[in-house]
Design a protein around this ligand. Structure first.
Ligand code: GLU
Length: 498
């Protein structure tokens, strides 16, 4: 049997370090057994998936030195490898389940579901059933529907996990899972199982957040009479305070580490260290060392901490030990001192420089990570101090929902905030200007944001909030509620049920 593993990213945002971590372990596992590691894009969430995100994720994994033998970029015999190109396959299989009586069309309206949810925390088939007459009427009138799977009402489901042994999960906790959403797209659970089977995946190494989904997956395999891949739920990466790694506390995007000038060798080495170690205990190893010495049973489940300071230390070790001057110059050029990047910033700085050395003052913010900020700079802005914090936080949230990083989108974000707070755009931009460039004299802030990119922008805005004294959790929640009510359309959680 050929061992086949996969990474199955959803292209709904930045390339996350967690994706690289899971990809790395799947890659090493397959390589160790002379198997195959493939990449499949799970883009069934139509509202949130973007092609730009897919490109970034694939590019980041390549940058880290992770390679795959089949994928949307290179094809392969089990393709297509992008789920949105495989819709006919999911429909073929779901129709079989309907025919066997193992799945059903559910015509319940959003309002009805909310009513049922008030009484039941878990949705079972019996709660969702309509009487025949009503069902026929809705079918005849072409009501929107989802397709759900039949699940047991009670009993214990036993999930076998390579690292955790048997895990017992109570069926009373499991919903009659949606398999096909009302827009015709499959949910993650359904598409993932169908594809793992068709693509002959033998081992699924994925984050522990998926443990509770495993009973549904196991049941789908059972309904079709297929063998389930061996499951291995990896420990979640954590912040230093042991909470789940989140971008509120730590940058989580690979783009951030790349733009800040971390080396791929150091980042991949550090990720390899998350809950795993070499048998000889050495800390500095490359992806080949890891593959050659891979042993899944050396993963410890203790919740590995992703500590940026330790990563920085490891990075400096690489710079000192692995790069001679010539190699380091090459690396620095590759990072930011290259024609392509400077070409980008040139039109912004050309009108402002008199002599070449002016560049350092005018264009420094295009290169450094976080500017040296002083609290007193914000005091010069003609907006109440606490309002400045709210503005910056709102701007962060606005940028988070931009799908394509374009000047118009960034501009529209600030403009809508200025309209909401009824503060002139020119004034509202001041705290943002300081947060991004460290001063009020620089190139246009919108242009700067566009060029430095999303991750460095968010890091600098968050840093400004930190310098101004951070936001308490309560205030943060209050701001978020206010923000959501003004700017954010709630997604229909039933239709988009992941
Ligand atoms: N698309 C899922 C994710 O991005 C894949 C989870 C899995 O590996 O099954 O997390």
């Amino acid at each position: 049997m050929i061992i086949r593993t996969r990474i199955a990213p959803s292209p709904t945002g930045d390339p996350h370090v967690g994706t690289a971590y899971i990809a790395l372990f799947n890659y090493c596992f397959a390589q160790y057994y002379d198997g195959e590691f493939i990449l499949r894009v799970e883009d069934t969430d139509k509202d949130r998936s973007t092609y730009e995100s897919e490109i970034m994720i694939l590019d980041s994994l390549r940058w880290l030195g992770i390679t795959w033998s089949e994928g949307p970029d290179i094809g392969g015999i089990y393709g297509p490898y992008r789920q949105s190109d495989r819709l006919h396959i999911y429909h073929k299989y779901v129709n079989k389940l309907i025919l066997y009586g193992l799945a059903f069309k559910c015509y319940r309206t959003f309002k009805e579901l909310n009513e049922i949810k008030k009484k039941k925390t878990v949705l079972k088939v019996k709660d969702l059933k309509l009487n025949n007459e009503e069902y026929n009427r809705r079918e005849l009138e072409n009501y929107p529907y989802v397709i759900r799977m039949v699940v047991p009402n009670e009993g214990i489901c036993i999930i076998q996990d390579l690292l955790r042994g048997n895990i017992n999960i109570d069926w009373t906790q499991i919903d009659a899972q949606i398999l096909i959403k009302s827009n015709g797209m499959p949910t993650y659970h359904f598409a993932n199982v169908i594809d793992d089977h068709i693509m002959k995946i033998t081992h699924v190494l994925r984050g522990e957040e998926w443990i509770n989904s495993a009973p549904k997956h196991q049941l789908i395999y059972k309904y079709f009479g297929w063998k389930m891949p061996i499951l291995c739920h990896m420990p979640l990466l954590r912040n230093t305070d042991k909470s789940k790694l989140s971008k509120r506390k730590n940058p989580t995007s690979i783009n951030y580490y790349r733009r800040m000038g971390y080396l791929p060798q150091a980042l991949i080495n550090y990720l390899g260290h998350m809950g795993w170690s070499m048998s000889n205990g050495i800390e500095k190893f490359n992806i080949k060392d890891m593959t050659d010495n891979f042993d899944i049973h050396r993963i410890s489940l203790g919740g590995p901490v992703f500590d940026v300071e330790k990563l920085t230390w490891l990075n400096s070790k690489y710079i000192r030990e692995d790069f001679d001057d010539r190699a380091l110059i090459k690396e620095i050029c590759k990072w930011s001192f290259n024609e392509a990047y400077i070409y980008n910033i040139l039109p912004k700085i050309r009108p402002r420089i008199h002599i070449l050395s002016d560049i350092i003052h005018i264009a420094g913010h295009f290169f450094y990570g976080l500017p040296k900020l002083e609290l007193k700079s914000f005091n010069e802005v003609n907006i109440e101090y606490s309002k400045q914090i709210t503005i910056i936080q709102f701007f962060i949230w606005k940028l988070e929902i931009i799908k394509i990083w374009k000047k118009e989108e960034i501009f529209f974000s600030v403009k809508s905030i200025s309209e909401y707070f009824k503060i002139k755009l020119k004034i509202l931009l001041c705290p943002i200007f300081i947060a991004i460039t460290g001063s009020l004299i620089s190139t246009s802030v919108i242009d700067s944001i566009l060029i430095i990119g999303y991750d460095i922008t968010i890091a600098r805005l968050s840093n400004a909030i930190k310098i101004m004294g951070n936001i308490s959790i309560n205030k943060y929640k209050k701001f978020k509620t206010e923000f959501n009510s003004v700017f954010f359309k709630q997604l229909n959680i039933w239709e988009n049920n992941y």
